[in-house]
Design a protein around this ligand. Structure first.
Ligand code: NAD
Length: 503
């Protein structure tokens, strides 16, 4: 198979251990968002028929894979983790080229896939159950994890390798097989990841890749009765559709969706540190992280000095091609994404917020062929404004005032999402009480809203998630089910709750 550094023009689906074209005969292009003249490759525009083939292959492979002992499954994953590590730089470059974020960040994305794969491979020797005393004599009681079967994996474009790894690797270590549909904007990183799994020795049919649109490929996965678990990361809007479509066949559905994350800067905060955090949280990945700090709530006593420093630093950010080592912020991923940002800039201005910096698309000179936009800060934002409530998914930060920590918490909790929140304060009592009172899945003290590590649960509350978590051992809960096992070695019928053991 070709390596990630070789330039292929046409890429295929991976079904039942072979690289095959879609039955549709149709393809779509993948172009560099920093320079649309750069055609990265052509990928299969697949249909429901391709999905059906992939699911059939995954179903057949499951009968073998589920019986491979988990520590042996894990050996393949250790090998895959090492292969990703060996190719980290080439994989990161491919990723920057196809989705735009700066190289440091795509290296981080690949590193997350390495960390997750090593971590989950370790779970091949754990997957602990419980052994408990039975209430009856001569009876043994325990619980074991069992896989579910075929898993449908649907992922977004903002973490093109990390997010697939968060889902595919735990699915595999638990003994499930996979049909993977990546975002149409980042199929190359998905393909690179699957190639590595193939090279590591994952058997035919255990992992299948089908590229194409959500309406065609994604939908077909949701209505197929042979799919038992769906793991989706993407927008709340599409997550709701996924949930509804999967419900009639009672699939297990794991959803990670939108966010409107908040950094609270209190009057005793180290302001320089808070400004650093807000820059990284707000403009890292061009604001296109589910955990992006798109809201900053600042105590009125430090509002003005904070805002002045934040604006000065945001203005100085170097926007450019992510492959250029001098760039600190890359382009938006697509023309549509930049259009959304521009619309929200208009909305913010109409709502009466003060445009403190930025606010324009960058369209001339070196920016002419990409989807660049200035880092943008709105000040004097009120919590009711749309720019303070809706996910923008771009380099736009809304700064609000508060008069107390209680008001900051009320603003933090006052949106439909609940992914990540953070507080900058030197007061440990305040930090702990806010940690308790903010209803999110992730919380930081004196650090921005981004920076999750793979061995802790990741996910959000309310419209961000549906109660599951990925990463950490929590991911095992998504990709396995409990089986409680009772072994009666008394040689007679013992009726639970009716017969009692003698003292
Ligand atoms: P999206 O919802 O548009 O697409 C996500 C995936 O779903 C893509 O693969 C897409 O092709 C597919 N899809 C679209 N319509 C579908 C349908 N009808 N049926 C099945 N699949 C369908 O999201 P996006 O633009 O790729 O990513 C951005 C969103 O993802 C943001 O809202 C962001 O907050 C969210 N996100 C959340 C997390 C998290 O962990 N909470 C992480 C990263 C991104």
């Amino acid at each position: 198979m070709p390596s990630s550094t070789e330039k292929l023009t046409t890429h295929h689906n991976f079904i039942d251990g072979g690289w095959v074209p879609s039955v549709s005969g149709q393809t779509f292009e993948n172009r560099n968002p920093a320079n649309t003249d750069d055609l990265i490759g052509v990928f299969q525009k697949s249909t429901a028929a391709d999905v059906s083939r992939a699911i059939d292959a995954a179903k057949r492979a499951y009968e073998h894979w589920r019986l491979v002992p988990a520590p042996r499954r894990a050996e393949l994953l250790f090998r895959a983790a090492q292969l990703i590590a060996d190719r980290k730089e080439a994989l990161a470059r491919d990723m920057t080229r196809e989705m735009g974020k700066v190289l440091d960040e795509t290296r981080g994305d690949v590193q997350e896939a390495i960390d997750m794969t090593f971590f989950m491979a370790g779970e091949g020797r754990r997957q602990y159950g419980q052994t408990v005393p039975s209430e009856l004599r001569d009876k043994f009681a325990m619980s074991v994890r069992q896989p579910l079967g075929v898993s449908a994996i649907i992922t977004p474009w903002n973490f093109p390798m990390a997010i697939p790894s968060w889902k595919i690797i735990p699915a595999l270590v638990c003994g499930n097989t996979v049909v993977f549909k990546p975002a149409t904007l980042t199929p190359l990183s998905a393909l690179n990841f699957v190639r590595i799994l193939e090279e590591a020795g994952v058997p035919a049919g255990v992992v299948n890749l089908v590229t194409g649109g959500g309406g065609d490929v994604g939908s077909a996965m949701l209505v197929n009765d042979d799919v038992r678990v769906v793991s989706f990361t993407g927008s709340t809007e599409v997550g709701r559709i996924v949930s509804e479509k999967a419900a009639p066949s009672f699939k297990k559905v794991h959803l990670e969706m939108g966010g409107k994350n908040v950094i609270m800067v209190m009057d005793d905060a180290n302001l320089d540190l808070a400004v650093e955090g807000c820059l990284w949280g707000g403009f890292g990945t061009t604001g296109q992280r589910c955990t992006a700090a798109s809201r900053v709530v600042v105590h009125e006593r430090v509002y003005r000095p904070f805002l002045d420093r934040f604006v000065t630093r945001a203005r100085a950010l170097r926007v450019g091609d992510g492959l250029d080592p001098g760039s600190q912020m890359g382009p938006l991923v697509s023309a549509e994404q930049r259009e959304t940002v521009m619309q929200y800039v208009e909305i913010g201005a109409k709502e009466g917020a003060t445009l403190a910096c930025g606010g324009h698309a960058l369209t001339t000179g070196a920016y002419a062929k990409g989807f660049f936009h200035e880092p943008t800060i709105f000040a004097d934002v009120s919590p009711q404004m749309r720019i303070a409530r809706e996910e923008i998914f771009g380099p736009v930060v809304s700064v609000m005032r508060c008069q107390s920590v209680e008001e900051a918490v009320a603003i933090a909790n006052g949106v439909q999402y609940g992914l990540s929140a953070s507080i900058y304060t030197q007061d440990v009592n305040r930090a702990f009480s806010v940690m308790r009172d903010v209803y999110t899945g992730i919380f930081y003290v004196n650090a921005p809203t981004i920076g999750a590590e793979v061995h802790l649960p990741f996910g959000g509350t309310k419209a961000t998630g549906n109660g599951h978590r990925e990463a950490g051992t929590a991911a095992l809960e998504v990709f396995s089910e409990w089986k409680s096992v009772y072994v009666d070695f008394s040689g007679k019928l013992q009726r639970a709750q009716i017969d009692t053991a003698d003292l």
